[in-house]
Design a binder for this molecule. Structure first.
Ligand code: ATP
Length: 275
């Protein structure tokens, strides 16, 4: 048996003597597993997301992205594995860690009988902000998301893209250190998407960390500095965008890693329109 002792993953890393301590990663996932019945959705995911990075998570439908992000943000308990947010074990200290997290979950379920302004206000108050701060930030976020004109409309009457934007505003209102966004650009118009990209880029430049899942490779290549490719519940590649794409476009590299291209040969009947 080896006498090698492995570091306890629930503790922040210890610097060698004489060196300043390395900052803990914003998010460190160790050996995450999750099964639903017989289906293994996430099969041993290890990922290190450096503080201050703009990290993309890509993978085919059903790859395990949402399940991974749900476990990483305290929404879904892993079967095995640990989640450290800035060095603190999320599942051991959920209340402490969640204060530093902003989350845009997949298939957002919101209190949609509130207006947009009320919903952001509610999110800010829940995070413990005082009323004047919440009022100022709510106004800023409504303007940044181009929702000021609809601030008094019930969220249930918002379009899909407006709903996404108000949910993102709720995730941002307490100025978290780490933002985890599951497909934030889905259904969002190009102008709003560009505005959101600017907001996120400024947030990262100010020291925040963003993790974003997306199916749009071009967007991830342009916007993110790091990327992980997930398929079948495993990480196939992870690193800086340049390391992962290895001289090709991210989309080409993604298809190479993930495979699964089908030519549609089985749909010959589709070419014999009867109309
Ligand atoms: N609550 C659940 N119950 C049963 N199976 C689930 C559940 N959630 C996810 N799964 C299964 O786990 C696998 C991973 O799903 P997940 O939603 O994490 O994938 P994804 O990468 O986010 O996919 P997409 O890109 O399509 O959103 C899929 O096979 C899915 O059917």
């Amino acid at each position: 048996m080896s006498s090698e002792t492995r570091p306890d993953p629930s503790l922040p890393p210890v610097a060698p003597p004489g060196e300043p301590p390395a900052p803990a990663p914003a998010l460190a996932l160790h050996g995450l597993w999750r099964r639903f019945g017989n289906k293994v959705a996430v099969a041993g995911v290890d990922l290190t997301i450096p503080a201050g990075s703009f990290y993309g998570l890509v993978g085919p439908n059903g790859a395990g992205k949402t399940t991974t992000l749900s476990m990483a943000t305290g929404l879904l308990r892993p079967d095995h594995g640990t989640v450290l947010v800035h060095g603190v074990d999320l599942w051991a200290h959920p209340e402490q860690v969640k204060r530093s997290l902003g989350v845009l979950p997949d298939g957002v379920r919101l209190f949609d009988r509130l207006t947009g302004a009320q919903l952001i206000t509610y999110a800010g108050l829940l995070q413990g902000l005082d009323r004047p701060t919440v009022a100022a930030r709510t106004a800023d976020l409504l303007a940044a998301m181009d929702l000021a004109g609809d601030k008094d409309t019930l969220v249930v009457d918002y379009s899909a893209g407006m709903t996404k934007k108000v949910a993102l505003a709720c995730a941002l209102v307490h100025a978290p250190r780490l933002l985890v966004l599951d497909e934030p650009f889905e259904a969002v118009d190009p102008v709003s998407a560009a505005n959101i990209r600017d907001i996120l880029a400024r947030y990262v430049a100010g020291g925040g960390t963003v993790v974003v899942s997306s199916h749009v490779m071009d967007l991830v290549q342009r916007m993110c500095d790091h990327v992980a490719v997930i398929a079948g519940g495993h990480v196939l590649a992870a690193g800086t965008v340049d390391e992962v794409r290895a001289g090709r476009s991210l989309e080409e590299r993604f298809v190479e890693l993930v495979g699964g291209r089908v030519g549609g040969e089985g749909l010959a009947w589709l070419g014999t329109s009867s109309g």
